[in-house]
Design a protein around this ligand. Structure first.
Ligand code: NAD
Length: 370
């Protein structure tokens, strides 16, 4: 804890993960933290990938420091996008709070560094998705950018127009785009493909997505099998139902030009929805962009991080799409993180109110209840 009379020290280092352009602090949120009594240190160049200069942070009241150690090592609160390395975590002050997409279970060394340093780690992917948490929901804000970019990648790869065009050379029919999975990324993909003028269909196992897809101008793809269960949750399909759904999807894909896959199940590998046989049945020149590549892919042929071709069908598995829209992705991420960090800052001091479920349910390792 910072000495009495001093503000809470907030530290931000340049992201080290390859290809990561986002930053967890923007000049806007830096200014807000300083106004709340915090002392903010940011590593030189930390915002460059997102178009934010050192000078802008200085003007926002931040101290720009030469390296990551100077930004982090005596910080009370560390803000990040992806987790710092185990070595960087081990160098932090004991008991410091760390807020970001920390994925502590994905790396044993990182997890061990968090527990040995007795860090208060808040992996934001664990944040409960309640109404109050919406302003802090980094999964939603970043998924919005990913869904948007996925459609633009598909439009770029497709050897056709998305909109209908009436030209002197005749009429061009609009592309048929299918969005698989209609969560936050999928709905943004529906909206984006629609804006580009495509004929858009969406599909999800949650029946309430029908209305959401339709409200964005898309058509709900009905595969004749409803997974509607009790209390608004999807139920497990029987083997026969699943087989029937797959058969109908395979038939449908023969007439689709572009597929954007966004279906995920939290904490699990992505469900395999598009088989190699279905891809073989698609028209040459069709494109699949598989956003679920991060967790293995919805398409059997997806190679995470690669774009391949199979029988004339292009299958792309782009990773970390939110980073490719780093300016707006960082603006949203930094606001989410500021809103979460505000729960830890009371009267300019660092405090953990474990009666607040947003803190208690997000912190890792899990707190014993009772
Ligand atoms: P996600 O990224 O975990 O999954 C994306 C979508 O894939 C989901 O809609 C899911 O139903 C779908 N899916 C999973 N398996 C599928 C399959 N086999 N076939 C077709 N689709 C499949 O989801 P997300 O975007 O993070 O959001 C999921 C849910 O969380 C939504 O209900 C959303 O409304 C809700 N949410 C709530 C809040 C909030 O209230 N604060 C915020 C964000 C999201």
């Amino acid at each position: 804890m910072s000495a009495a009379g001093q503000g809470v020290r907030v530290g931000v280092a340049r992201e080290r993960a390859p290809g990561e352009r986002r930053v967890a602090l923007t000049p806007e949120t830096c200014k807000k933290l300083v106004a709340a009594g915090a002392e903010v240190r940011i590593e030189a160049g930390a915002g460059v990938g997102a178009g934010m200069t050192d000078e802008a942070y200085r003007q926002a009241g931040g101290q720009v420091v030469a390296d990551a150690a100077a930004a982090l090592n005596d910080a009370d609160v560390v803000l990040c996008v992806q987790a710092p390395s185990a070595a960087a975590l081990t160098a932090l002050r004991e008991g410091a709070a760390v807020v970001g997409l920390l994925a502590p279970q994905a790396d044993a060394e990182r997890g061990a560094a968090i527990t040995t340093r007795k860090l208060q780690a808040f992996p934001l992917e664990r944040l409960p998705r309640t109404t109050r948490a919406q302003a802090m929901d980094v999964l939603s804000s970043q998924a919005g950018m990913a869904g948007y970019k996925a459609v633009l990648i598909a439009a770029q790869l497709a050897p056709r127009f998305f909109p209908m065009l009436t030209t002197a050379a005749g009429t061009i029919r609009p592309s048929k785009v299918l969005i698989v999975g209609a969560g936050v990324a999928g709905l943004q993909a529906v909206a984006t493909a629609k804006r580009l003028g495509a004929q858009v269909e969406g599909f999800d196992v949650r029946p309430e997505t029908r209305e959401q897809i339709e409200s964005l101008g898309g058509k709900f793809l009905d595969l004749g099998v409803s997974a509607a269960g009790e209390g608004g949750y999807a139920r497990q399909l029987t083997e026969e139902e699943r087989a029937e759904q797959q058969r109908r999807l395979g038939e449908h894909l023969k007439g689709v030009d572009v597929v954007v896959c966004t279906a995920a199940v939290p904490g699990r590998p992505a469900p395999k929805i598009i088989s190699a046989a279905m891809v073989a049945g698609m028209k040459p020149g069709s494109v699949i962009v598989d956003l679920a590549a991060e967790t293995g892919g919805n398409c059997e042929l997806t190679q995470p991080g690669e774009t391949i071709e199979s029988g004339g069908v292009v299958v792309a598995g782009p990773l970390n799409l939110a980073s490719s829209g780093a300016v707006h992705a960082s603006e949203m991420y930094a606001r989410n993180v500021f809103n979460f960090a505000s729960l830890l800052l009371k009267d300019g001091q660092l405090q953990f109110d474990w009666d607040d479920e947003l803190l208690a349910r997000t912190v890792w390792p899990e707190r014993a209840v009772g």
